[in-house]
Design a protein around this ligand. Sequence first.
Ligand SMILES: Cc1cc2nc3c(=O)[nH]c(=O)nc-3n(C[C@H](O)[C@H](O)[C@H](O)COP(=O)(O)OP(=O)(O)OC[C@H]3O[C@@H](n4cnc5c(N)ncnc54)[C@H](O)[C@@H]3O)c2cc1C
Length: 451
Amino acid sequence: MAKKRLIFFHFKRDLRLFDNSGLYQALRRAYELTQQGFPTEVLPVFVFDRKILDRLPSREDRRVSFIFYHVLALQKGLQKWGSDLLILHGSATEELIQCRSRYQSEYGKIDFYGNFDDDPYPRMRDQKIKDEFTKEGGQFCLFKDHHLFSRSEILNRSQSPYTVFTSYKKSWLEKISDPFYLQSYPTEKYKDFLKKGFLSQKSFSLEEIGFQRMDFPSQRESSSLLSVLSDYAHDRDFPSRQGTSLLGVHLRFGTISVRQLVSTALEISESFVSELIWRDFFAQILYHYPRVVKESFKVKYENISWRYNEEEIQRWKEGSTGYPLVDAGMRELVQTGYMHNRVRMVVGSFFCKHLLHHWHVGERWFANHLLDYDLASNNGNWQWVAGSGCDAAPYFRIFNPMAQQEKFDADFIYIKKWVPEFETSRYPPPMVNHEQARQRALNEYRKGLER
Ligand SMILES: Cc1cc2nc3c(=O)[nH]c(=O)nc-3n(C[C@H](O)[C@H](O)[C@H](O)COP(=O)(O)OP(=O)(O)OC[C@H]3O[C@@H](n4cnc5c(N)ncnc54)[C@H](O)[C@@H]3O)c2cc1C
């Protein structure tokens, strides 16, 4: 009789069982092989990857709590399906390779399935795993799950990546009209091919992996999401309204399906879909131009004489710039891990233009604090506010933080929530004069770009 076969399924940024494309493909492959006379099972695995965790600057990280909570939920879901989740902690590459060795004597062949993640570290990690698994004759397959379109799925007429959003969006919308791309992956259909009767050998607490438990907001009810989508175009720019979906973190870690979200949104809100297209747009920019992680997309922007002043950066980080909309946003970020999009644009512009600091420094601060932190979107948006990005705001467009407040928080509701001492003697005067700072930015940007 043929020896049994095993397929590892590695959960990463796709912490859900439903409509999970890679998981579906793994289960379906197990079904097909079994039909062909090679009994096959799928072993679900999650690794708390020390290579990522060790680099986090604080042991109080909301994202780790979020992931931990959702990994346990995933495990419960798998247990309901008669299986389990193997949870490991260590270097993902080493843990997965060791784990394969443990199962090797029991199984004839071990394959590796997952969904791809195009950030630089996961690409490197998955390449190493691929080398190891294929060396032993295993199959290695990764699938798209995180975006509607990624990598080179949408190219311009000369087969190059789009670097202008409006043209990318047009092609994206044309392509999505084919219902194929929104089809759901019915994982439950093949759930009997999940491995049964194994014990997830360790159960971890958050403290055991070195982190403190932190709060994070719970997901909106789906009825409330529908009402947000209906009013999205009117409300999305006002930080005191419940006008946006707050789904960033769920998209980031795959606790919702982007295909299902787009299917719903296409019926209700064109402007919401447009934001999800920005997400795909920046992901394909990072994939094709990984240099953006370290340098400006428009390299000339590196010639600007960026300033570096610790004290100013500190005031920006703690929200004591004397510009209330900026300060409210920066405090919201540190206290909750979230900041409203309109305010992200204002604080980003203030940092790069009024203070004339390199976008890289602001980007890092966001990376350390945002619950929905995503390398491609954060980098793309920071370069957008700095003017250095592929399809960025022109450098001479400088947000006036006071005018933004008058337009989007006219009654100071958002500001008073986060800056209770506003309008008292304890609140500092503006750290820079708007008109002078604006002029300095224009001069320095112009000089740098002419170099
Ligand atoms: C300086 C700066 C940094 C940012 N950093 C991040 C980041 O690290 N991660 C991140 O997901 N978004 C980032 N954004 C984009 C945007 O601010 C957030 O996606 C949004 O505020 C999240 O809240 P929400 O889920 O309620 O968004 P909604 O308005 O409800 O939008 C729905 C989803 O669309 C996507 N989206 C919306 N706006 C954008 C955008 N401009 N670019 C890319 N995707 C978008 C997000 O996935 C978002 O969850 C950044 C924006 C700026 C200006």
